[in-house]
Design a binder for this molecule. Structure first.
Ligand code: CS2
Length: 455
């Protein structure tokens, strides 16, 4: 038996389930990038908010290209299970907030129609770093921002709203970018400037782009996870996601119209997200990437194994506590040392089975906000960052192919630079003044020497 609306009542007794009337509710959110992270995070918060009485916040999920999630979820009426797993055991909840999954490449008109519906008030995104189609200097790369990018749908959907006299939207980036709201606003502005400047003006007046800090560790679902959920549920769930008990969502409270009362179910609505976002990117994600590259180099498969290594564990602790946590101004009441301790405990969760290779993906898109901002800030204070420099060497070895095939949109280009520059020249070739990668950090000769030592 497959999970669906019809089989919901028969799910195992210990399973929590959405108790609200899903059919009477309208779609209020269109979400681009309905992968495992969204299902364990924003859709889960929205489900809890509707279970607490909020109405009309069903989600229309959009996959830009792949039909996989649509094939997993549509036959299940959008239902899926979130399994929280830790050393203490598991809990399961069937989430009901997703109405449907559209595949943009296959049904672009339906996507635009949902965005142009009077009921839609929020369009949100988890399209990963590369989904924003940025050039190395951070500006929009128009050659990447083609007809199946988010920008094309924003242009068509927002134009339809303007022409119909409908209100603007809240455009909510939920990806791990520094200043994600402002970046999305700038990139959409650049796109519309080249395509339809008048629409750009309308968006500027009628839409908002709140910043968010999003946090929950969600490993890619495996067949073994689906089997484990089926055993608990008594039914197959092809769309299940497995995650940790911890979850955090900090949102800048700047919405163009209505929003769900996410704060009633654990989200934090604040006026300034920046200190939370910087802490999370530089400490959690910065440590994650270091564990990924250095851990793969030492032959580990999972995060909990790498953080248990007698050299790597103390090294990422140093990265978090001494390098990242001292690189920015904390908010009042934000305890970064306690945050670091909590992160180490989360990384050590043996039940999560979080693969290092998943984190190692797309390094060229991730390391600027995870490491280079810290390096630049500490350089201004005259301090060095040995742990991050060792991690950078780990990434360079990975990009050279030392750990096997490299999954990164710029893999071929970086490999060619590696071949031309060699060990002696790779650091300036990527990070020097005209380097291919960074515009936010320039290494000193000591930094370069430290990285070369790690190669
Ligand atoms: C990870 C993140 O894959 C990665 O790059 O660092 O997905 C991380 O698990 C999340 O940001 C945690 O909130």
């Amino acid at each position: 038996m497959r999970l669906s609306f019809a089989s919901l009542a028969q799910a195992g007794a210990g399973v929590q389930r959405c108790g609200y009337d899903r059919h009477g509710q309208r779609v209020g959110i269109v979400h681009f990038g309905i992968g495992a992270f969204h299902r364990a995070h924003q859709a889960w918060y929205t489900d809890l908010a509707m279970a607490a009485g909020e109405r009309d916040w069903m989600i229309s999920g959009v996959s830009l290209r792949s039909p996989d999630v649509a094939e997993q979820m549509n036959p299940q009426d959008g239902l899926y299970t979130v399994m929280e797993r830790s050393a203490a055991g598991v809990t399961l909840r069937i989430v009901g907030s997703v109405r449907e999954v559209l595949v943009a490449r296959r049904e672009p008109d339906a996507v635009v129609e949902r965005m142009a519906s009077a009921d839609t008030r929020i369009v949100s995104f988890t399209v990963t770093e590369k989904g924003y189609c940025r050039a190395p200097d951070g500006s929009l790369d128009l050659t990447l921002a083609g007809e199946d990018s988010i920008y094309r749908f924003l242009r068509d959907g927002l134009a339809r709203r303007r022409d119909a006299g409908l209100p603007g939207l809240t455009l909510l980036s939920c990806d791990n970018l520094a200043d994600n709201g402002q970046q999305l606003q700038r990139l959409v502005g650049e796109y519309l400037q080249s395509m339809d400047p008048e629409l750009g003006e309308w968006v500027h007046v009628h839409c908002t782009f709140p910043a968010t800090m999003i946090d929950r560790i969600v490993p890619a679902t495996t067949d073994a996870d689906r089997d484990a959920v089926a055993a608990e549920l008594g039914q197959r769930d092809e769309a299940t996601v497995v995650t940790e008990p911890f979850s955090q969502w900090v949102i800048e409270d700047r919405f163009a119209g209505d929003r769900p009362r996410w704060e009633d179910v654990g989200a934090q609505l604040v006026s300034d997200v920046a200190p939370y976002e910087v802490a999370k990117l530089r400490m959690l994600n910065g440590a994650h990437s270091a564990l990924a590259y250095l851990g793969l180099g030492r032959g580990y498969t999972y995060v909990h194994e790498a953080v248990g290594d007698p050299v790597l564990g103390p090294m990422v602790e140093r990265l978090m506590r001494e390098e990242a946590a001292t690189s920015f101004e904390a908010a009042a009441g934000q305890d970064l040392q306690a945050y670091a301790a909590n992160l180490l405990a989360r990384f050590a969760n043996p039940a999560l089975q979080h693969r290092l290779i998943q984190i190692a993906m797309d390094g060229s898109q991730k390391i600027p906000q995870r490491w280079l901002g810290t390096l630049a800030a500490q350089q201004r204070k005259g301090r060095s960052c040995p742990a991050i420099l060792a991690a950078l060497a780990g990434w360079l070895r990975h990009a050279r192919g030392d750990n096997g095939p490299v999954d990164d949109p710029r893999a071929a280009e970086i490999k060619a630079i590696w071949e031309a520059a060699g060990v002696a020249g790779i650091v300036p070739a990527l990070f020097g003044p005209d380097g291919a990668l960074s515009s936010i950090w320039t290494p000193t000769s000591e930094d370069t020497a430290a990285v070369i030592e790690g190669l």
